[in-house]
Write a new protein. Sequence first.
Length: 279
Amino acid sequence: MPELPEVETVKQALIPILENRRVLSAFVGRRNLRWPLPENLAKRLTNRVFTHLTRRGKYVLMHLDSGEVLLLHLGMSGSVRIYQQKPDLGQHDHFMLEMAPQIGNDTQSYVVLNDPRRFGWIDLFAESAILKHKLLVSLGLEPLGNSFSAARLEAAFKGRSVHVKNALLNQALIAGIGNIYANEALFLSGISPRRKAGNITGGRADRLATAIVTTLRAAIEDGGTSLRDHVQPGGEIGYFVQRLAVYGQAGKPCSRCNSLIKTIIQSGRSSFYCSRCQR
């Protein structure tokens, strides 16, 4: 599943394509993805202008001059592609926006959502309802937000007996972190995935909060991590895969101490760690 860095990469690529540009037409290829699509979606988007784009966790929020917001979640295997000429849509291309040219440029742009497994979702709702939207209301700390800190991380984990790795994946505690970056942040902070979340206090909370931000920002800079499905909207792969220290590295030497990276299963997800470097 695309995590925060991949979604942020998508948002950044869409900004010059969508912001302050008019939707000439919208194609909706099916009535549902993971859930039913909004009624009259194409009609409500046509001739509207995107004013600005934001992100919340793993969601891209595209704000319109109509006072509505187009919400996008890529699900397990979704990807966004950008074309300068109208593409021939394939079986798994379920949604497309035809955008008017930018001022001083006569080239139109086409934004296509491809989702083979159809686990993604799209919604269109009033901007005034963002704080109450069912998919956004329960999201936790925004790890790249101005208010994120070690103190707030420690408060979110206080009293929790679950393993810290599982707490990092809980979107109601921290929004946007998935399995790849949870593993990498724990390695960078020197914290074992087996440690209880409630024990992440003081210096450990400082190290983990710093590691989360450092890991996510590095991944965004590299365009995310391309393992199976993820490519950037322009077709480029994400190069953070070359920086992975522990994720997917079971049996290989630790880059710090040369011990072999271990793997365990926690709540159905693989955790990768160095038992010598992470305590």
